[in-house]
Unconditional design. Structure first.
Ligand SMILES: Cc1cc2nc3c(=O)[nH]c(=O)nc-3n(C[C@H](O)[C@H](O)[C@H](O)COP(=O)(O)OP(=O)(O)OC[C@H]3O[C@@H](n4cnc5c(N)ncnc54)[C@H](O)[C@@H]3O)c2cc1C
Length: 412
């Protein structure tokens, strides 16, 4: 039976949900408050499709680092101590999840989802002919301290058991794999790395934008942009939308609705009385235009993770994306130069041949749950579903959670 379904939010969660629903013959309307798809958090992220980075963050080591970094302006994690009940509740939830003994199980579940998503993206790139600067060159974690490398390498047997690649590389092997490292400043010499060759990278915004065209042209998905949904309620067996202004979406009726509104999803859950704790965890990126030949040669091609500094990079065609930091600062989206400077400094130190004259800074808010697990469930109100809480792995997991939610909605 064809169901009439609205998907709220055209970021990666909404786009992939709409795709999986439409592919199975559902009558889908994709709605977003912005003028174009993927203009919020799915705009300029780190680009990594990274099953290898799927370890959940709930570890005592991360808590210790968080405390240590609290007073350091350019630290990878920044905690703004201003009072906020939502923030402190989220932190409590993080602490509980750190000591609930489920770290390995949750990491395993995330890895499985990430692998499934990766396959779906690879399939989509061929089947739908979507260009999103997909690069299947793997991901290289690298270290400039023997101690850190040793700790990372010691996870090999556990991660191998979970079916993960985790190939430990010497410094020479790292430089052979990514020759751009050979020009790093002397004091930035790396000691080794971990390589996960099946991982990939790509441009999340380009994916959503190009997928949106396919959704409209091939799968007859209708879209309503510039349309902010204020409330969603049930009336008998229909779900009714109310838009913020008197737009055409107001009063529209659907059989089912999927809420994929990123950090805004929490607001809907609160009104509908559903239990959810999604907090915005802010991150920053810079996108460097590799205009000249020297920059193109000097920029890394393999997607990188500087594990100790929590900085990632991805080559997106003639651009280099560098991203990092996790800031607990509410919904503030200001781009602070204090947070951009370490990203520029990282490029200057490791890849001095890359010109940073032409770059675009960006900040985005990760919709994050305290235990780092995405939320895919039906509201108590029935026929209203959620797909959110992907945190730092929305791109990595999006295609799989979209598929899971579509299955749930269709079989309901
Ligand atoms: C700096 C940074 C680096 C990152 N790097 C990576 C990475 O390398 N790999 C990875 O896997 N993940 C990464 N992430 C995480 C990933 O980008 C996010 O998890 C993902 O983009 C979230 O997607 P989403 O669709 O849930 O939310 P969004 O992209 O924010 O989409 C939500 C959409 O809902 C719309 N919306 C909200 N409210 C309403 C409403 N009331 N009515 C209508 N529309 C509404 C918004 O306009 C928006 O378009 C990174 C994030 C950041 C910030």
């Amino acid at each position: 039976m064809t169901k009439k379904i609205a998907v709220i939010g055209a970021g990666i969660a909404g786009t992939t949900t709409a795709y999986s629903l439409a592919k199975q013959g559902m009558d889908v309307t994709l709605i977003d408050s912005r003028r174009y798809p993927a203009m919020a958090t799915s705009y300029a992220n780190g680009g990594q499709l990274s099953a290898s980075n799927s370890e959940v963050w709930n570890t005592p080591k991360n808590i210790l680092n968080g405390i240590k970094w609290m007073f350091k302006k350019d630290a990878p994690l920044l905690f703004n101590p201003s009072p906020s009940i939502q923030k402190y509740k989220w932190i409590m939830g993080f602490l509980v999840a750190t000591f609930d003994g489920k770290h390995k199980i949750k990491t395993q579940q995330t890895i499985d989802l990430a692998k499934r998503a990766r396959e779906i993206y690879f399939e989509i790139s061929v089947k739908e002919g979507i260009d999103f600067d997909l690069l299947k060159e793997g991901i290289l974690h690298f270290y400039d301290s023997d101690k850190e490398l040793k700790v990372a390498a010691s996870k090999a047997s556990w991660l191998h058991q979970e079916g993960m690649e985790w190939e430990v590389l010497s410094r020479d092997e790292v430089e052979d794999l990514e020759p751009a490292f050979k020009s790093s400043k002397n004091d930035k010499k790396i000691v080794g790395g971990i390589y996960t060759k099946s991982d990939a990278s790509g441009d999340i915004h380009k994916f959503c934008k190009n997928m949106h065209r396919v959704l409209e042209d091939k799968y007859e998905v209708k879209s309503l942009f510039n349309t902010e949904i204020e409330t969603i309620y049930k009336d008998k067996d229909k779900v009714i939308l109310a838009a913020a202004d008197e737009s055409s979406a107001s009063g529209m009726q659907f059989d089912q609705v999927a809420i994929c509104a990123g950090i805004e999803t929490q607001r809907f859950a609160d009104v509908l009385g559903d239990s959810m704790r999604v907090y915005p965890v802010k991150g920053y990126s810079i996108t460097i235009q590799l205009d000249d030949e020297e920059s193109q040669i000097s920029a890394p091609k393999v997607s990188l993770l500087d594990d100790p500094k929590k900085i990632v990079s991805s080559r997106l065609g003639n651009r280099l994306r560098v991203a990092g930091t996790a800031e607990l600062a509410g919904t503030n989206k200001d781009i602070k130069q204090d947070r951009i400077r370490p990203l520029l400094g990282w490029v200057r130190d490791y890849f001095p041949g890359v010109s940073t004259e032409n770059y675009t800074p960006w900040a985005g808010l990760r919709p994050m749950t305290p235990d780092m697990m995405p939320l895919i469930f039906e509201s108590k109100a029935k026929d209203i579903f959620y797909n959110t809480g992907h945190g730092h792995l929305g791109w990595t997991l999006g295609a799989a959670t979209g598929d899971l939610l579509a299955e749930k909605m269709i079989n309901e």
